[in-house]
Design a protein. Structure first.
Length: 188
């Protein structure tokens, strides 16, 4: 009988402590994810790799050494895809990105592939083999991947014309998914 009373007492104490912790967390507030992982502020707007925040800016060289910037996308919807030549899901996804680019470039779409740490020669060979025509840039030091808090490859970040992140796809996306996410952001 005493053992049953102790269990009841311990159970009641655990429930009360849990309730007190929940009240404390709610009253203190949880940190805003965008504020917690922010990269900075531009024009009073939060820059963070989360939906609704301004996309982290970048200036990266293409395989020929020419700079490509996210700012080049001003007033255009942009698909930023992080990938690597050794990534099999990335290779599976590339034809969908190429098809998306070909279908919607005339409506204002921009696609930029961000390669992670590989030499230009490897990127060019891979792009030629897959017949890719959208810009591919080199993130040699991984700084852009770090700014976007990259979790794995492929990762696709869709940036609206106003520079805000509209959606993020972790893992390979097929053409239907990409179209569903990008078409509402395009010029008519």
């Amino acid at each position: 009988m005493i053992l049953a009373q102790r269990r009841w007492l311990y159970s009641a104490a655990a429930v009360l402590l849990f309730a007190a912790a929940a009240v404390l967390m709610v009253s203190a507030g949880l940190p805003d994810r965008a504020e917690y992982i922010r990269i900075g502020v531009i024009g009073g707007e939060l820059v963070a790799p989360v939906i609704g925040a301004l996309a982290p800016p970048f200036v990266l060289p293409d395989a020929d050494g020419q700079p490509v910037t996210l700012a080049d996308s001003a007033s255009r919807a942009t698909v930023v895809n992080f990938w690597a030549t050794w990534c099999v899901p990335c290779e599976v996804e590339m034809p969908a990105l190429q098809a998306l680019y070909e279908r919607y470039e005339g409506r204002g779409l921009r696609v930029v592939g961000v390669n992670l740490g590989e030499p230009a020669a490897a990127v060019n060979t891979w792009a030629d083999r897959l017949a890719l025509t959208f810009p591919l840039v080199l993130d040699a030091d991984g700084r852009t991947a770090a700014d976007y808090r990259l979790r794995g490859q492929p990762t696709t970040v869709i940036v609206a014309a106003d520079g805000r992140i509209a959606s993020i796809v972790y893992g390979p996306a097929d053409l239907a998914v990409l179209e569903r996410l990008i078409i509402p952001l395009l010029d008519d």
